[in-house]
Write a protein that binds this ligand. Structure first.
Ligand code: TPP
Ligand code: SF4
Length: 283
């Protein structure tokens, strides 16, 4: 079993009080509790405060371009699907710049775990509106208020029949650790949207703002009814549900591709004679 010390990466450079710290701690707790050693998993990220995440965890990492973590994670899974792949990202990175990749990763149902630090703002670039900023909110770049309607990632994911759709809150680490473990243990594409106060640039969606609104889905709620899940996904405002909103056991992409179905690509023997035959056909 790995210790917390073994998973520890560099010293985080986030602002004191940032919600990102509890996401980091919850994830490390989940890794220890699931007994996943640092060399056994990979974290992929793009650009942003959330995307610094892999620097702060000792494991295999790939830190790439803004919004492009899902294609990289897909490539990693395609070459070795016996290896858990996690993506840590911001709401801008995943729902804005990377929105198109999100749609197709959900559609393909590739077994990647996507953890979104949803602070409803662009944190790294100092507080512009993101897709999840609420309509009318004033920012430095939107002094007259945000004109676009707020994106609802939970409703989008349920509408796309995403395999696992959940929402956590960085102000409730115990629940978040549990949610992360459920997402990791689920076979299929998992989206966990994590409400994460940005204490420096988002003065509206604060810890208190969330605490007044969030509630945990009732124990009798079953996440397999898509219609009921869609209704819960639409809840936002006075009441914001936390927990597993929707779960659907669809076949994963890795099981549908004959060449990797039985063994990961990295375990395949390299037969150079077949490559030579193919090359000959072209020359
Ligand atoms: C293609 C591209 N567009 C814009 C930027 C500038 N940029 C860097 S980080 C960032 C915002 C990050 O916000 P978010 O993904 O919500 O993460 P946070 O910092 O809030 O965690 C932007 C716009 C960039 N690096 N690349
Ligand atoms: S700017 Fe916001 S998101 Fe970035 S580290 Fe500071 S509090 Fe966190």
């Amino acid at each position: 079993m790995p210790s917390l010390q073994e998973i520890k990466g560099q010293q985080p450079a986030w602002c004191p009080g940032c919600g990102d710290y509890s996401i980091l701690k919850s994830f490390k707790d989940a890794m220890v509790q699931l007994n996943i050693d640092p060399h056994q998993f990979t974290i992929v990220s793009g650009i942003g405060q959330a995307a610094k995440f892999p620097h702060y965890v000792r494991c295999n990492t790939f830190n790439g371009l803004h919004g492009r973590s899902l294609p990289v994670a897909t490539g990693i899974r395609m070459s070795n699907h016996s290896h858990p792949v996690f993506v840590f990202t911001g709401d801008g990175d995943s729902y804005g710049e990377g929105g198109n990749h999100l749609i197709h990763a959900i559609r393909r149902n590739i077994n990647i775990k996507l953890f979104v630090h949803d602070n409803q703002i662009y944190g790294l670039t100092k507080g512009q509106a993101s897709p999840t900023s609420m309509e009318g909110v004033k920012t430095k770049n939107q002094p007259a208020g945000v004109f676009s309607e707020q994106l609802n990632p939970m409703a989008l994911a349920v509408a796309l029949d995403c395999s696992f759709v959940a929402r956590g809150f960085s102000g409730d680490m115990e629940h978040l650790t549990w949610l992360m473990k459920e997402a990791i243990n689920h076979k299929g594409f998992s989206l966990v949207d994590i409400l994460q106060p940005c204490v420096t640039f988002n003065k509206l969606n604060t810890y208190d703002w969330y605490k007044m609104r969030v509630y945990k889905l009732e124990p009798e709620y079953t996440p397999d009814d898509r219609g009921a899940a869609f209704n819960r996904a639409l809840e936002w405002g006075d009441r914001i549900p936390l927990g597993i909103i929707y779960r659907n056991n669809r076949t994963i992409l890795e099981e549908r591709i004959p060449v990797i179905k039985d063994a990961p690509l990295v375990r395949h023997a390299v037969d150079i004679s077949r490559v030579k035959i193919t090359i000959k056909e072209f020359y």
